[in-house]
Design a protein around this ligand. Structure first.
Ligand code: MEV
Length: 736
């Protein structure tokens, strides 16, 4: 499996899909993957030992920000937080950064400061001298008292003295013990050292020890992130990238000049850091205190980050912060979720965790500044917030957009408003008088041109509609009180009934509505031509028409996707998208897609071997093969992804010879991997000898169909050659 944090459309996937992707990425066990759902990461008995007066536990969402690339390595960043948009914003900015090489981070040794306040020191100068003279001895004594810290590679490294004075008060003598705490946050250890060393310091200075505690201004424990964002990736809403870069630099100058703005600027940075601290069980109060003190170290509170434009017009950003984080000790090890978060982050040291956190802070800052300097944050923020609210009141997938839009139009984004809108939609759907006459709808097949396997591994795919293979659906009321399926194709009832129930539920109608669904299909089943998607789309269209619901293609697609899950468990969404929109599509798993432009007309000839290739079985084979021979299969996925990218260019430019050659090349990749069959090879050969410019198996392989490219006017020759091999189904489709 490719170890990439670039997971397009991650938020649009089902939770189960997201868990599966994170599980793969971080090699989680079954038990760890179950933790996400069971909410028992901190048993009650244990919770009672963590703090006092415990009544129960408190839950927060647990999430990962995607797309992070730091020092050349991919990270999924664990986040727990109550504010919507934070995870999306960090992931978005990390994607921009990734396109430009990612974040460069470094960090200093994990040095903490223990402070001992000494009052009434008779001679400050003499005390100072004593500390200088005894420095090595003090270090040795402290290390002697804390041997386990030394065994772990840490220890007291230095001792320093300072004199401080409050206005109008006497001078104070303050000793700093500089402690290397390695992978711990270190508060307990550092406090113990301060207390243990205080009596000796009293003797040395003649003063009276008072406060003995760490300093949260851990300015010896610094993490730093840098990023360069090429102006080409910054363009937004009519502004070119150079303009956006300048606007972000100007936003930074505002924060430099004004503490009111600097404070909010810095809140945007902590948006990317605190959720990691919560998720990994770190002390966020300590980090917050340290970060803001560091931002005021010059005497004026200022922005924690810097942004400017370089000579090429690219945007440069730097963030430097004290980050006292631990990956051992405290709750980080005791809390199962914190342990899981650390495993997902894949960090090997506390310093590495600090580097991830500082990169995430810079990413959050970038996302906020870009939005603020262009369209403002409310648009995206409120839409996302409204979406979350719509989900939380139980709006069906198909209703989400409408509920969000109506809340925005009403200017009232709240649970009450969302509930009201959902109820009205449901009542409206229920009141609709169904059309008593039979309703007829259709949907067409699809064929995969490129990337049908690599799409499951985060790569793009290209698929096209097949206009000559159709499912036609007739929907009528019946007297039997249940859903009945009739079909001359002798379909197994179970799947169409399940599809119909899903569609009814998604449309806000009772799942047991008594309907007779009659389906006629010229799409071979299990042939990888989108038969189930065509059923789902046609049934959705027909039921919507019967109930007078004007869904629009986007909603049809969403409903069909829900129905596809019944047939395929975890579909990519490609089939229902092509079938719904009836246009050539460039698609990424998770639902991102674009319509493709076609530079020259041509025909695709499709022949079915008669060998069934059900998607689930074929996909299992791919997964097993990936596990058995990861390097070989990863290389194949990369090659197929390159073919897909190039295929898009050839399609757009209308270079049919090159396009055909790419199809044949991808067939050869499948042959090499053992995913073709003798019958598929025979059909590919026949198509090529009949004059096709290229041919390949289409779909998961191990059976199913081939697809061949014929120049306009050459279709009959190719179909003739294919017919001679005697396929069980044969048709062609025009692409234009
Ligand atoms: C909101 O959580 C954070 C922002 O206010 C940060 C900023 O203003 O830079 C958007």
């Amino acid at each position: 499996m490719t170890h990439t944090s670039r997971l397009p459309g991650f938020n649009g996937r089902s939770r189960e899909d997201r868990v599966a992707a994170v599980r793969d990425f971080a090699a989680l066990s079954d038990e760890e993957a179950r933790l996400f759902a069971n909410g028992d990461a901190l048993p009650l008995e244990q919770a009672q030992k963590v703090i006092e007066n415990v009544l129960g536990r408190y839950a927060l969402p647990f999430s990962v920000a995607t797309n992070f690339r730091i020092n050349g390595r991919d990270y999924l960043v664990p986040m727990s937080v109550e504010e919507s948009s934070i995870v999306a914003a960090a992931s978005y900015a990390a994607k921009l950064a990734r396109e430009c090489g990612g974040f460069q981070c470094r960090s200093s040794d994990p040095l903490m400061i223990a402070q001992v306040q000494l009052l009434r020191v008779p001679c400050l100068e003499a005390a100072w001298r004593e500390i200088e003279i005894q420095r090595a001895d003090l270090v040795a004594e402290a290390n002697h008292q804390f041997p386990r810290m030394v065994e772990r590679g840490g220890g007291v490294r230095d001792v320093e003295a300072r004199v401080v004075q409050a206005e109008g008060g006497p001078p104070m003598f303050v000793v700093h013990l500089i402690v290397d705490v390695r992978d711990a946050m270190g508060a307990n250890l550092v406090n113990s050292i301060a207390e243990a060393m205080a009596p000796r310091l009293e003797v040395l200075t003649g003063g009276e020890a008072r406060l003995r505690i760490l300093s949260n201004l851990s300015d010896r424990r610094i993490a730093r992130a840098e990023v360069r964002i090429k102006h080409e990736v910054l363009g937004s809403r009519g502004l070119n990238g150079r303009e956006v870069a300048v606007r972000i630099a100007e936003a930074h100058q505002f924060a430099e000049a004004d503490p009111y703005r600097a404070c909010t600027h810095n809140k945007g940075i902590m948006n990317g850091i605190d959720p990691i601290l919560v998720a990994t069980g770190n002390d966020w109060r300590a980090v917050e205190a340290g970060a803001h003190a560091y931002a005021a170290r010059t005497g004026q509170y200022g922005p924690m980050s810097q942004w400017w434009c370089d000579e090429e017009g690219d945007l440069r950003g730097v963030l430097e912060l004290p980050l006292a984080l631990g990956i051992v000790g405290g709750i980080t090890r005791a809390h199962k979720m914190a342990r899981l978060a650390l495993k997902i982050a894949g960090v090997r040291t506390a310093q590495e965790l600090a580097e991830v956190a500082v990169a995430s802070g810079l990413a959050s800052n970038l996302a906020a500044l870009k939005a603020l300097a262009t369209e403002g944050i409310q648009r995206g923020h409120m839409a996302l917030h409204a979406r979350n609210i719509a989900f939380s009141v139980g709006a069906a997938t198909t209703e989400i957009d409408r509920v969000v839009q109506e809340m925005i139009d009403r200017g009232n984004i709240s649970h009450a408003a969302a509930r009201d809108i959902v109820e009205k939609l449901k009542a409206h759907a229920g009141q609709k008088r169904p059309d008593p006459s039979p309703v007829n709808q259709y949907a067409m097949a699809k064929v995969n041109l490129f990337g049908e396997h690599s799409v499951d591994y985060g790569k793009p795919a290209i698929a096209l509609p097949v206009r000559k293979a159709l499912v036609t659906i007739l929907v009528e009321d019946n007297e039997y009180g249940e859903i009945l399926i009739r079909s001359p194709n002798e379909l197994d009832d179970e799947i169409p009934v399940a599809i119909t129930r899903t569609v009814l539920r998604e449309l806000g109608l009772p799942e047991d509505t008594a309907l007779t669904i009659t389906g006629y299909s010229s799409i071979p089943v299990h042939a990888q031509l989108g038969s189930s998607a065509a059923f789902a789309v046609a049934i959705t269209r027909a039921i919507a028409q019967k109930y007078g619901l004007d869904l629009g293609p986007r909603r049809v697609n969403e409903v069909a996707f829900e129905a596809e899950k019944i047939c395929h468990g975890s579909p990519s969404g490609l089939d229902n998208t092509v079938v719904t929109y009836e246009r050539p599509v460039w698609f990424l798993r998770g639902g991102e897609f674009e319509f493709l432009s076609i530079g020259a007309n041509f025909d695709l000839c499709i022949a079915y071997t008669g060998e069934e290739a059900p998607t689930i079985r074929a996909r299992e084979r791919w997964d097993a093969a990936m596990k058995a021979e990861p390097e070989r299969f990863e290389a194949a996925i990369e090659e197929l992804a390159k073919i897909t990218e190039q295929g898009r260019e050839e399609l757009a430019a209308g270079r049919l010879v090159e396009l055909g050659a790419l199809m044949t090349r991808s067939h050869q990749v499948f042959q090499r991997l053992g995913f073709s069959t003798r019958r598929l090879d025979e059909l590919v050969e026949a198509a090529l000898s009949g004059g096709a410019l290229g041919a390949k198996l289409t779909g998961e392989g191990q059976g199913g169909c081939i697809v061949a490219l014929a120049e306009s006017g050459k279709r009959h020759a190719v179909l003739g050659a294919l017919r001679a091999v005697n396929p069980t189904a044969l048709f062609s489709t025009e692409v234009r």
